[in-house]
Design a protein around this ligand. Sequence first.
Ligand code: SAH
Length: 262
Amino acid sequence: MSDENKSIHEFDLELICEYYSQLERQGPGSPETTIKALSFIENLTDDSLIADIGCGSGGQTMILAQHTKGKITGLDLFPRFIDIFNSNVKKSNFQDKVKGIVGSMDDLPFGDEELDLIWSEGAIYNIGFERGLNEWRKFLKTGGYISVSEASWFTEKRPAEIEEFWMDAYPEIDTIPNKVAQMQKAGYIPVANFILPENCWIDDFYAPQINAEKVFLEKKAGNKAAAEFIANQRHETQLYYKYKEYYGYVFYIGKKLNKNNI
Ligand code: SAH
């Protein structure tokens, strides 16, 4: 990659990050679904260690903190998100329980068998579902849990337009049974999975973006990359409304098995 390309690439990420910083959540989800996923997880105590990987500004982390025992480390690649995350920690008075750190999900700063729970909403795709499940497993204690949400197909076949969109965006999107099989193969008991209801996209994710897009475009008036980015966001939203019976986000909850049982 030339230096010129690299800087364009970084600029785009910075732009995307700036846009998403305006929002409470950076992916589809809701307090209710976070709490529902948490209901499948047992045995957390005040000493439990929890990691929220790709935590963004921490919308779901603060919900987790309200409803779990244990200490939570939120980790995200972007310092801008972690700054907002840590100011949210302060606002919620969770300083003793939650901290945000900058880091990358492909190089996690945790010890082997240290964690009781790995959480990751709408973020594991950055490293890939199978790779994430396999690589993160070593950080979990035996009997510890992983709980991730991931884009998934609801049907065996779909219209070409949406198939092509996802093959370009995230070719690892797959059907729910295939994702569950991948989880089992990676050494977890597939404890539960459920589809995030449409309101997680429509009310919690897309509705706040109507104003965020407006504000962003006003702030970035004359910026071609910003205008293109927002046009892209709007296209994605339209695709969701058109094809939501074919895909969505699914929570997958697994429990780490003893090696001998894999
Ligand atoms: N969990 C949040 C954010 C989801 S968006 C929510 O549900 O609202 C995906 C997040 O993954 C973004 O915050 C992005 O900055 C983060 N991310 C992308 N690549 C990453 C990496 N390599 N390591 C850690 N975080 C990453």
